[in-house]
Design a protein around this ligand. Structure first.
Ligand SMILES: *Cc1c(COP(=O)(O)O)cnc(C)c1O
Length: 373
């Protein structure tokens, strides 16, 4: 690596993403706008059918965003006032907000070294009010679902997945989003399958849950014109649905490229004692990871980030470097030692399909240089 070649590597480049598919994107938007079919039309139905087929589920519904999607999934699964919902604290605030707005109480569990929810911690948090477990399929990896499902079966709990970051990832040959009574995906622009605005999906195999999801996202309005109860408006618009359908066609290649980038990071960084890397894609055959994020733990994290920054490489702290129980306004008092360690030590290296192999080599060169001192 020629150290004198200075690069600027943004954490994420939306313009690059657009530029790569410019013609197809513009012609898709042109087609939808010319047809004038904007809300709850064919393009949405087609994307929903293709998403359901990709996942191997019976039903998929487009919604306004992932957060609404989780709220709708929880409501459709029967969560309500007085229920406790066990979820990780190491997640986006949206996971907890959806639980809260469903009327239930979020109960925060610890995570494991792979940064995903720890089934042992979940088990310790079960009370007689517990109704649901919300595993968060974080960083493009699916939780250890057999352990969680065992707990759910033992205590008669429902599983609803926050798979906002998990589309395409698998555990034991099954895709994220297919384990729970219902599951949510986010199509926020920086997600593995991103649209060009806000968007989300809710999936299920259950006929009754599917009916409720469809009704809840559209003012509680049922097919016969009656209303099932108070609801809200959270629909995926047809332009975004058409663009998502376009991107879904090349999604397996996107995933494969992310896995190649992760393997490159692993190869260049695995020898550094001060770093803890995400699990390598070959380390556990039960997991198939899609690397939504590449979240590393690092000795001297803040200095390393600064060193990368002055050399043109932009990194971020996921959620600004706070777990849910770190927000004083929310009033949580919990002891989550692994989460504390992860929050204190981790950050996100650039991980997206606009990166070249050379970009990864440059980033890794800098990191090796930093630890050599
Ligand atoms: C992105 C994300 C959400 C929320 O999705 P939006 O589409 O932005 O509402 C929820 N949970 C997790 C883990 C996320 O990463």
């Amino acid at each position: 690596m020629n150290r004198t070649v200075v690069r600027t590597i943004p954490f994420f480049s939306y313009p690059a993403l657009f530029a790569r598919q410019r013609e197809e994107i513009l012609s898709t938007v042109e087609r939808v706008l010319s047809a004038g079919k904007l809300i709850l039309q064919e393009d949405l139905e087609q994307f929903e059918a293709n998403l359901a087929r990709y996942l191997g589920v019976k039903y998929a519904f487009g919604v306004g965003n992932g957060t609404d999607g989780l709220l709708i999934a929880l409501m459709a699964a029967g969560v309500g006032r007085g229920d406790e919902v066990i979820m990780p604290s190491h997640t986006f605030i949206a996971t907890g907000a959806a639980v809260h707005h469903a009327g239930a109480t979020p109960v925060l569990a610890d995570c494991r070294d792979d940064h995903l929810i720890d089934p042992t911690s979940v088990r310790a948090k079960v009370t007689k009010r517990t109704k649901v477990i919300v595993p968060v399929q974080l960083n493009g990896r699916t939780c250890e679902m057999d352990a969680l499902q065992e707990i759910a079966e033992e205590h008669d709990l429902v599983v609803v997945e926050d798979a906002a970051q998990g589309l395409g990832s698998e555990y034991g040959g099954r895709k994220a989003g297919t384990f729970g009574r219902a599951a949510m995906f986010s199509f926020y622009p920086a997600k593995v399958l991103g649209c060009f605005g806000d968007g989300g999906g809710v999936v299920t195999n259950d006929d009754g849950v599917a009916d409720r999801i469809k009704t809840l996202r559209n003012h509680g309005r049922m097919d016969d014109g009656d209303v099932s109860g108070w609801s809200f408006n959270s629909r995926l618009d047809n332009i975004q649905a058409a663009l998502l359908d376009l991107k879904l066609k090349s999604f397996p290649e996107e995933v494969s490229r992310r896995r190649t980038l992760a393997a490159l990071y692993h190869q260049h960084l695995k020898g550094i004692a001060g770093l803890r890397l995400p699990p390598d894609s070959r380390s556990d055959p039960r997991h198939f990871d899609v690397y939504q994020n590449y979240e590393v733990e690092a000795d001297g994290r803040d200095d390393l980030r600064e060193y990368l920054k002055v050399n043109g490489v932009h990194t971020i702290l996921q959620w600004g470097g706070k777990a849910i129980h770190h927000f004083p306004a929310l009033g949580f008092k919990v002891d989550l030692p692994v989460t504390e360690r992860i929050i204190a030590r981790s950050f996100l290296l650039p991980m997206n399909t606009s990166l070249s192999d050379d970009d990864i080599a440059y980033i890794c060169y800098l990191i090796n240089d930093f630890y050599r001192g």
